[in-house]
Ligand binder design. Structure first.
Ligand code: ZN
Length: 220
């Protein structure tokens, strides 16, 4: 599994076909949301094509889509109502891969103001045993996610709304890359709920004063 600290590195890795499908989908969705990322990706693809004449960039295959849709039909452990207060239509190409919109996905309650929906794509394509996941996360306006650090790379693409942590403010179309060196407690900005696509290589590690307690009661 490659490690990418900078945004341009991970875009280049995607252009070169090196990213697993969950991470590739994050970059493709960000490119759909932002013109500057589209341009960057196009440039990187041109470079990658020149470097590897016979290697086409990774694509989200029909087989992959079929597997994701199959698994999404599994019932949730504890189904909860889909989040309100945000647009229920997912952006492409995420929507095409998931095949559903927010209101028909199996949401889980995590804690007040925080729900998530695990998309099996990430876990299915991660190396065995490392616990990587791909999920949608909904955070109510003004709610703070428990402070945590990471095991491996965490990619967080903001689809709607905005959040902030100690490193900055992330709005729709922004992608934050974090790893074990980052300890943060993202807070959804007031006024609008925040919806993110989150791909992790390993389970997050809850930190902060109540980290160990949260570890037991929060499935995060
Ligand atoms: Zn994080």
């Amino acid at each position: 599994m490659g490690f990418y600290n900078e945004h341009d590195e991970i875009v280049m890795a995607h252009a070169a076909g090196l990213l697993p499908p969950a991470q590739a989908l994050v970059i493709e969705t960000q490119a759909a949301l932002r013109e500057d990322v589209r341009r960057e990706l196009k440039d990187c693809e041109a470079i990658a094509a020149a470097l590897m004449e016979d290697c086409a960039p990774a694509d989200l295959s029909a087989d992959l889509r079929a597997r994701v849709m199959d698994q999404l039909d599994l019932p949730a452990e504890e189904p909860v109502a889909p989040p309100s207060g945000c647009d229920h239509r997912l952006p492409e190409p995420l929507r095409g891969v998931v095949g559903k919109d927010l209101d028909s996905l199996p949401w889980r309650w995590v804690m007040p103001g925080l729900r998530d929906c695990v998309l099996p794509l990430g876990a299915a394509k991660s190396p065995p045993g490392n616990g990587g996941t791909m999920r949608l996360m909904w955070v109510r306006a003004g709610t703070r996610v428990p402070a945590h650090s990471h095991r491996g790379l965490e990619m967080t693409l903001v689809l709607q709304g905005a959040y902030r942590d100690a490193t900055g403010i992330y709005g729709a179309g922004d992608l934050q890359l974090a790893d074990e060196r980052v300890d943060h407690g993202p807070e959804a900005r007031a006024g609008a709920d925040c919806l993110c696509l989150v791909v992790t290589e390993g389970p997050v590690r809850l930190t902060g004063r109540f980290g160990r307690l949260f570890d037991r009661i929060v499935r995060y």
